[in-house]
Write a protein that binds this ligand. Sequence first.
Ligand code: ARG
Length: 464
Amino acid sequence: MTAQLSKKGEAWSARFAEPVSDLVKRYTASVFFDKRLATFDIEGSLAHAEMLAHQQIISATDYADIVRGMTQIRGEIEAGSFEWLLDLEDVHLNIEKRLTELVGDAGKRLHTGRSRNDQVATDIRLFLRAAIDDICHQLHALRTALLDLAEQHADTILPGFTHMQVAQPITFGHHMLAYVEMFGRDSERMRDCRRRVNRLPLGAAALAGTTFPIDRERVAHTLGFEDVCHNSLDAVSDRDFAIEFCAAAALVMTHISRMSEELVIWMSPRVGFIDIADRFCTGSSIMPQKKNPDVPELARGKTGRVNGHLIALLTLMKGQPLAYNKDNQEDKEPLFDTVDTVIDTLRIFADMAGGISVKPQAMRAAALQGYATATDLADYLVKKGLPFRDAHEAVARAVRHCVDQECDLSDMSLAALQAFSPLVGEDVFAVLTLEGSVAARDHIGGTAPQQVRKAIERVRKQLA
Ligand code: ARG
């Protein structure tokens, strides 16, 4: 049933004895945020009208009038001259009302066989599909920028950490490739989610379907949907596609946040591994010397709000009986903010990756501290025949000795090393160098510079 559109000071329809209060009107209205769906709403309406005409549910003249009216409305919205009215509650009723003003009865016939319930579900899916495509595009740009950085620093050595303690030497290229992998999985998740977003709710009408001889496949095809939603109740009430999207978005932001944390630490003068171009940093209003990594800090902070949106949508859905409930109107602001935050963040990070200057000297100096090649020494002894646990123990004693003497393993003489294991020979010193250590990890997924180059090559092919 098409609700009669309420005008200012009027009841919602003839069914009602009094108008809603101004507060209720404001409380229930969504137009000031869902007007963002306008172009998708028009696209959906045109596809629906085309099908109605094709099925002879409305006349060809009505369809032509609807197209003409919608074309004008689109122009008005683009020009900013469209008048959005709170009294008309949401984007759907605002556009329908204007259409009727412009083309008369044809405008009133548009809603035949349709409800705002299947209409809004369609709009969100169209919106989200476009957003996912944009996000995939931004992920691609970010991965490309990180690959470039990895390539420039395939040989640059820094300490790898576990527990924030120096663990083993790694290459900076390898470290960047870890993020390339994460963002690659994010991209896969987005593409996978898109398949479930890309299904048509229209035709479900309010909840049970419609008595008109509609052709849902035709509408799906016009709108580029891969399938129709196969149950009308589910079509109007489900938002799991949006929740799934928010989960994928939360993971994108989680990866961004981890990277941000590292950038902030690396840029601290106490670490000094990198600098970030000035255009991504700000100063302090009181401390003239400061240059703060605001962009990564903000991205880390914004991750919290994206995570919050995921929880908001899950909570929105969990108590809802079938089918549509007005609760669902609350899906939009979290979803919009998630999309905006993720897209802006990815765009800025892709740009910022090109503005990271690496300081190989500082990285190298740090890798030389902390006995980063101790595992290499243990592996060396294993290759000479010592069981790994014994080798581990021998090297642990050698490290303890170095800590006491305030020297590095590579500073020890051959004789001094042999005191910890007679298996140590002249060839041990090659193993104790940073270059020897990284070069030795020469297998798929390892940190050796030549593996880094191969990995870059592999991902570049995927991205081409
Ligand atoms: N503004 C509503 C929403 O966003 C549109 C659907 C309203 N349907 C209804 N039966 N009140 O969900």
